[in-house]
Design a binder for this molecule. Structure first.
Ligand SMILES: Nc1ncnc2c1ncn2[C@@H]1O[C@H](COP(=O)(O)OP(=O)(O)OP(=O)(O)O)[C@@H](O)[C@H]1O
Ligand SMILES: [Mg+2]
Ligand SMILES: [Zn+2]
Length: 465
């Protein structure tokens, strides 16, 4: 195994730019003329930092460039870039991107420290480099460290060009010298700085300027760029929020520290469905894809315990079954506790209220805990019915038949509403050996899985009693 090293990157000559001192909010990126305790853009306190920024050069209209029309039916040069995507051997990654990496697109990958961003991108870059010229640049690790990781992960890296650099100008130079590069990975955007700005690397103006310049480069030369972005403790990508608007695709790499599996989630995609997830497991030899998520999430299911229900959900375009657990215990607090993990707490409050008013269950003096097993986060209202089932099972202290699966939205009137992709959910449940689905009435659904059709929440409590 060997990795091609890039040697002697020179810093290029940039035209001198006018500079000015501005005060930039490190949270929202708003620029102020003078220092202020409070940012006028986002209202945060003590976030303004003095930065020397480049003044915009005057735009000179190019007289020679004609303005093309949007679309000409018989234009033979018009290539649908979404049809010539670079695909990797990671089906999970391809799907999250909408079917592979679109040439000239910019992908931002965010994630907590140590979650495996560099590992994932190194594996992907090695993979793509088998058929497409790739350049992997790290501002965080030395070349030797990259080589060590590649060796540990055991990737085929003969064709991957790697380098360690922290300067935008150096990246531009490298790309000028490696004209055939089609995929550029920059790990991470917060470590890259431009000589034209005096602000420190990682500051809002550097992050914005460097990403702008890389995006421009991607669009102009048709190079796909993958940027790694650090996340703040609030869980958003560090730097200006505009960064997410500027790029084509935003992926978050998430996972619980205590579990091996990682979720790659598309939160924005100009070339594919959002909310698509890809599943990986962090193993000794790097990341391996998990192609059967439902089996993973249901693998350690406890038997014979009250308060757990299986939800047939849809993540992006794919059905994913997972377990929802509820615990109800007598409260010793003036205001009983309502704790949720992986589910919206306002939604829990609503379901508790509906269970109380429409189905006669009282949770008033009880602490209620709700947990989506495996660290998955669910935001589909279709999980209402599974949540209600887990809560009912917990409060009557009677386990639910382990071969039941639930999905359906609950209305304030206590009615159970049908949800989209009913057939896909039923098919997945059947594939995993479930024997009965409890869901809403939906016309025209064909399935061989027995269904208990529910109209009202009361029907559910009758099924579980
Ligand atoms: N020798 C090893 N054996 C098994 N797993 C390892 C080993 N070394 C590292 N790892 C795994 O790789 C993870 C770090 O991956 P990686 O460096 O790709 O993360 P990252 O998201 O790029 O982190 P950072 O934010 O620091 O750049 C560790 O958390 C660990 O789980
Ligand atoms: Mg890293
Ligand atoms: Zn601000």
């Amino acid at each position: 195994m060997s990795i091609n090293l890039l040697k002697g990157c020179r810093t290029g000559h940039l035209p001198m730019a006018k500079v000015a001192v501005r005060f930039i909010c490190q949270v929202c990126g708003t620029s102020h003329n003078r220092w202020n305790g409070k940012c006028e853009g986002c209202g945060e306190w003590n976030t303004l930092v003095e930065e020397v920024v480049e003044k915009h050069r005057a735009l000179v209209a190019s007289a020679s460039a004609p303005i093309p029309s949007l679309y000409t039916i018989d234009d033979p040069t018009l290539v649908d870039l979404t049809k010539v995507r670079y695909s990797t051997s990671f089906g999970e990654f391809n799907r999250v991107c909408g079917g592979g990496i679109v040439p000239g697109s910019v992908i931002l990958v965010g994630g907590d420290p140590g979650i495996g961003k560099s590992t994932l991108l190194l594996q992907i870059a090695c993979d793509v480099s088998g058929h497409t010229p790739c350049l992997y640049l790290s501002g965080e690790e030395s070349v030797q460290q990259l080589q060590m990781r590649a060796k540990r992960v055991g990737v085929k890296a003969e064709h991957l060009q790697i380098g360690s650099c922290t300067s935008l100008e150096e990246i531009q130079n490298l790309l000028a010298r490696h004209k055939n590069t089609k995929l550029l990975v920059v790990d991470s955007i917060q470590t890259i700085s431009s000589d034209a700005l005096e602000a420190a690397a990682g500051s809002v103006s550097q992050v914005r300027a460097c990403s702008q310049s890389l995006i421009h480069l991607a669009k102009k030369q048709g190079i796909s760029v993958i940027l790694v972005g650090h996340v703040t403790k609030e869980g958003t990508i560090a730097g200006p929020r505009v960064l997410e608007h500027m790029v084509d695709t935003v992926l978050y790499f998430e996972g619980e520290r205590h579990y091996d599996f990682r979720i790659l989630r598309a939160v924005k995609n100009r070339f594919g469905a959002t909310n698509e997830i890809g599943l990986f497991a962090m193993e000794q030899h790097g990341l391996a894809e998990v192609t059967n998520p439902s089996a993973l999430f249901l693998s350690d299911r406890a038997q014979g315990i009250s308060g757990t229900a299986v939800f047939a959900g849809i993540e992006g375009t794919r059905p994913v079954l997972c377990e929802i657990q509820a615990l109800v215990s007598k409260s010793y607090l003036g205001m009983p506790r309502r704790t949720t993990v992986g589910w919206d707490s306002a939604r829990l409050a609503m379901i508790l209220a509906v269970l109380e008013s429409r189905a006669g269950f009282t949770f008033g003096s009880m602490d209620v805990y709700l947990n989506v097993v495996g660290g998955l986060k669910i935001n589909e209202p279709a999980a209402d019915l599974a949540v209600a089932a887990a809560l009912i099972s917990a409060i009557i202290n009677k386990p639910i038949n382990p071969s039941y699966v639930f999905f359906g939205e609950i209305g304030l009137g206590g009615e159970v509403r049908p949800v989209h992709q009913t057939e896909a959910r039923l098919k997945e449940a059947e594939k995993l050996g479930f024997l009965k689905a409890l869901c809403a009435q939906k016309k025209g659904v064909e399935t061989s899985l027995p269904i208990a059709r529910l109209e009202l929440l009361k029907d559910l409590s009758r099924q579980l009693a």
